[in-house]
Design a binder for this molecule. Sequence first.
Ligand SMILES: Nc1ncnc2c1ncn2[C@@H]1O[C@H](COP(=O)(O)OP(=O)(O)OP(=O)(O)O)[C@@H](O)[C@H]1O
Length: 298
Amino acid sequence: MNAPTNAIVFDHVSKHYGDVLAVDDLSLAIEPGSTVALLGPNGAGKSTSINLLLGLLAPTKGTIEVHGHSPAEAVKAGEMGAMLQNGALIPELTVKELIDLVRRLYPRPLALDELLKLADLTDLAGRRANKLSGGQTQRVRFALAIAGAPRILLLDEPTAAMDVESRLRFWASMHDYAAGGRTVLFATHYLEEADEHSDRVIVVARGRLAADGTAAQIKADAGGHAVSFALGDQPAAGLDLLPGVTVVEILDGTATLHTSDVDATLAGLYRSTTLDVHRLKVSGADLEAAFLQLTRES
Ligand SMILES: Nc1ncnc2c1ncn2[C@@H]1O[C@H](COP(=O)(O)OP(=O)(O)OP(=O)(O)O)[C@@H](O)[C@H]1O
């Protein structure tokens, strides 16, 4: 039998919680060595997908493979490490003791010094776990996730509640770990994180696949541009009906029209409205506009 070419495969996977359809016929394949963002709004099914991948939940329909094995087999073989949204540390232990305790549970763990270095914890090695800030705690949880040197690392909204500096340090650690050819899948609803830290973005909305590609492809496919202008106190009624317009945002007297056809929108703005248009600006799509459009459409 040929070795499986994909690290992760979801084949028509659905997951119901009673009446709630959290994951809806999701099919995708992730190549080894890629860093993939699972991007979606609240309730899109990101955590459910990660829990399915870890074998913590069973799909209602469909199958999941991890390097050709079931999730349970892959977890048992130490193929996957995960940083989930919750999970307390043992407060009495120091950072070093805790990481060493966990790494010893694995057959081929990373060296303690390497783990401390990768998670940027060398200076905090002697600190007790209950004396850490939120961002430092997340770094310890990251170290625990990679302790067994997993080939696949799953991160569920890893930077939630981190400040800007902590985020930067966290992503640097993630890239260092991924650089060894490992596969990383991280869930986020931060568009910038998906854009900056992944080489592929899988957008999910209401449990379904809404888009899949590089951040640049998703922006291009959504075809979006934004037309903005100073609206002042003029009425915004009807802007959403202009040709091409997908989303209208009004903020501090500025109207921003996200559009799939910038020429048609501009023509409509000048011909079909009586608005005084000042400080007109046309910009290329950003991931946010693409994301809004995609998660509305699906
Ligand atoms: N244990 C559960 N029982 C019932 N419904 C659940 C359960 N867990 C999740 N859900 C529902 O399943 C859907 C998907 O939830 P999930 O937590 O996977 O989304 P998410 O994309 O991770 O959201 P968030 O970004 O808010 O963490 C939501 O409608 C949620 O309310």
